[in-house]
Ligand binder design. Sequence first.
Ligand code: TRP
Length: 359
Amino acid sequence: MYPQRQVYNDPQVQSQLPQRGFGYPSNVVNSGLTSDTAPIQTTMAASLSAGPPGGIATNIPGGVPAGTSSGPPPGASVSSGGAPNTNKALNDEKVYAWILELAYGPNKEQALLELGKKRELYDDLALVLWHSFGVMTSLLEEIVAVYPLLSPPQLTTPISNRVCNALALLQCVASHPDTRNAFLNAHIPLFLYPFLNTSSKQRPFEYLKLTSLGVIGALVKNDSPEVVSFLLTTEIIPLCLKIMESSSELSKTVAIFIVQKILFDDSGLAYVCQTFERFSAVSNVLKSMVEQLVLQPAPRLLKHVVRCYLRLSDNVDAKKALKECLPEPLKDGTFSSVLVNDAATKRCLSQLLVNVSQE
Ligand code: TRP
């Protein structure tokens, strides 16, 4: 039991969450990116490659996790061993030309774009990026150059596009099994946190946030315990919680996906449930999301919310706390019409209710 459990019903604690409005950008809501059935990987891909009309759309090559894009050209191998040499970035002279351009200029912006396009062609681009002298430094320079524009908000669409292209290349490095650990050991995700922490609702900021979430999402996608234990040493959970409360629906979806992945890791669940403060920070945000979902249904978000609650109920202390704080709409059938075509989530919800009613 949590030592401060009596605080649980304290209205002051309950009301700590700001009750903000959820202004969904119309380009996100109307773009079909939030279809209920596609898996989260597709959401992230769609969110990162679709972008605003006439804006980032064509400029973000990134965000498409390996295997969900249009796929390699005929004859390309998607396995890292034994691929025909012709489909290796290592053998593409143009890749080297753009790498040089990225490291030394003067055409860095185009290099970001061109290399981004190549990431869907070659499965070894991450290795070439990581091991080429000056490339990672150049990418980090692109990122820190934008920091002064975050506050007061001065980010323009072209600048946001440019840094999103750099982030797409970082995502490529974050996704590759042979570069992921080096990427973590260099603590590169920390460079994205200022982007995740912005609260401007302007489109260039929202897309920068979404693209940054995509990099973290790519890291957690493969259920690697190293990734989770790295993220637990950082402030990613509070950052995601903040986004889950107040950003666009797409950003919320990727943020809750990251939190869900952390919770599904045993050490992640133990970490979040270790103190009442952590548990209640998570459960308060989930509760606020449920309240919003009652007013504005979003089946995909609901699905993640239910899974997060269900996973929390695997922890003994959290289960006890949930007996008292599980939001009413999850218990009284409010969402049965939303879940009518989602048997898996319905099952998760019933299981959750069984878990919290057990002694
Ligand atoms: N450093 C904070 C902690 O360890 C991180 C944190 C803040 C956090 N809010 C959280 C972690 C909510 C998990 C859940 O508590």
